[in-house]
Design a binder for this molecule. Structure first.
Ligand code: PMP
Length: 457
């Protein structure tokens, strides 16, 4: 049973003392404090005001096995009793850490058999950053330091994560990116590919990468990094053939390829890894979120043997965190993967719920505000436009309709995210087809509600 909380007091303390992540604190203060989420089960979260909300964001793209898994609680408690913590600095490791590394390696069919643990997706990308540059130095090509990334990519909130990412608003805070990261156009067909065929747009995006490599000089380029499907950028699903062509260009000039699988990993796109769905093979692969379904913070950077072989010639790799390979988080991740396998959640996403979501979202295409619906596996987006033909946005610029529609959805009992002028979703992989119908019905109702307000802008 959920505990009784004094919600008014928690809100007061929230305003007085808590600085929420990625938030406008003045706005939250004006709203009277954060929404306090008190408990959850399955695909539903509950707030302190008694609302039950269908969580189509799986927390923050992470609670893939859903809320309320007793066996994850038990796995954590058992490991805490036996060994709550030990590090991996002192030529030491713990049973769950090593077992989890082997398990992740097997999930890559041993293509990326070496696993470095961290606590967050950002840290997993910091590890990539340092590993890749160190690798090139050891390989005798120390000039290869530059990462090629995409505008509107998300790779985390640390200095390296923000720099690798392509979020201009994040760059503006902290004088980022740091030197050595170059950004190219993103494969966002709906927003940037109007008037082109899918193939033309794909080739233009790939050409931009090759042009950038040539501009920087291939001998200075270390790696290309990308999310198989951009998540926080607005569920940007690249055009057909994009990733194999990107991989070919990167390989042509000797760059390493990094697939940021922090959202796409562990079945989100209908296969275990997003790079399998998109048809390429990375050399390094950061992952987080679905690794433990968010029950505890843990991330990993999986690395191919040809990279580790070089790193092994360099003595100590002087990088790592207190919580690298945390035994309790590792024990929970292991049990979480067991649940994913036992319940066939990846296959179900690929063959049942993913296709169902695509069809259900497509029923929204007749709505006057909907410019496009798109999804891959259980990762979806609905584009909101003022004019379907011209793709013009409400208010003349992006960023009004998405948040407004999101607020309406939440008020109607559905947690989705409003990114620029789209609603995006990433529900737990346990979502049922009936719950998907509920998601789409609430989106339709919410769009109907905001339509007069948007038209009045
Ligand atoms: N990479 C990707 C693709 C992500 O989506 C995120 C988080 N949304 C991160 C990295 C950063 O992960 P974290 O917030 O755990 O640091």
């Amino acid at each position: 049973m959920p505990r009784n909380h004094n919600i008014a007091e928690l809100r007061r303390l929230d305003i007085a003392h808590h600085l929420p992540a990625q938030a406008d604190w003045a706005e939250i203060e004006a709203l009277g404090g954060s929404r306090i989420i008190t408990h959850a089960e399955g695909c539903y979260i509950h707030d302190g005001d008694g609302h039950r909300i269908l969580d189509a964001m799986a927390g923050l793209w992470c609670v893939n096995v859903g809320y309320g898994r007793e066996e994850l609680v038990e796995a954590a408690a058992a490991q805490m009793r036996e060994l709550p913590f030990y590090n991996t600095f002192f030529k030491t490791a713990t049973p769950p850490t090593v077992t989890l590394a082997a398990k992740i390696a097997s999930l890559t069919q041993n293509r990326l058999p070496h696993i470095f643990f961290n606590a967050s997706g950002s840290e997993a990308n910091d590890t990539v950053f340092r590993m890749v540059r160190h690798y090139w130095k050891l390989k005798g090509e120390p000039k290869r330091t530059v990462f090629i990334s995409r505008w509107n990519a998300y790779h985390g909130s640390t200095v390296a994560g923000v720099s690798l990412g392509g979020m201009k608003a994040m760059h503006a805070q902290g004088d980022l990116p740091i030197p050595g990261v170059e950004h190219v156009r993103q494969p966002y067909a709906y927003g940037e590919g109007q008037g082109m065929t899918e193939e033309e747009f794909c080739d233009a995006c790939v050409a931009a990468i090759e042009d950038k490599i040539l501009e920087v000089g291939p001998e200075y380029c270390a790696a290309f990094i990308g999310e198989p499907v951009q998540g926080a950028g607005g569920v940007i699903i690249p055009p057909k053939g994009y990733w194999p062509k990107v991989e070919a260009v990167a390989r042509k000039y000797g760059l390493l390829v990094v697939a940021d699988e922090v959202i796409c990993g562990f079945g989100r796109t209908g296969q275990m890894w997003g790079h399998e769905t998109m048809g390429f093979t990375p050399d390094l692969m950061p992952m987080a979120k679905g690794l433990s379904s968010g029950y505890l913070p843990i991330s990993a950077t999986a690395v191919a043997s040809h990279v580790v072989d070089v790193l092994k010639t360099g003595g100590d790799f002087v990088h790592g965190f207190t919580y690298s390979g945390h035994p309790v988080a590792a024990a929970v991740a292991l049990r979480n993967i067991e649940i994913i396998e036992r319940e066939g959640l990846v296959e179900r996403t690929g063959s049942v719920t993913g296709p169902y979501l695509a069809k259900a979202l497509a029923t929204l295409n007749d709505h006057p505000l909907v410019g496009e619906t798109r999804s891959v596996g259980l990762l979806g987006a609905v584009e909101i436009v003022a004019d379907k033909a011209t793709r013009a946005r409400f208010g003349g610029a992006e960023g009004t309709a998405g948040p407004m529609a999101r607020d309406a959805c939440i008020a109607n009992g559905l947690m989705v995210r409003g990114i620029r002028d789209s609603l995006v979703m990433c529900p737990p992989l346990i979502i049922t087809t009936e719950q998907i119908d509920e998601v789409v019905a609430i989106i339709r109702k919410s769009l109907d509600e905001v339509m007069p307000k948007l038209r009045a802008l």
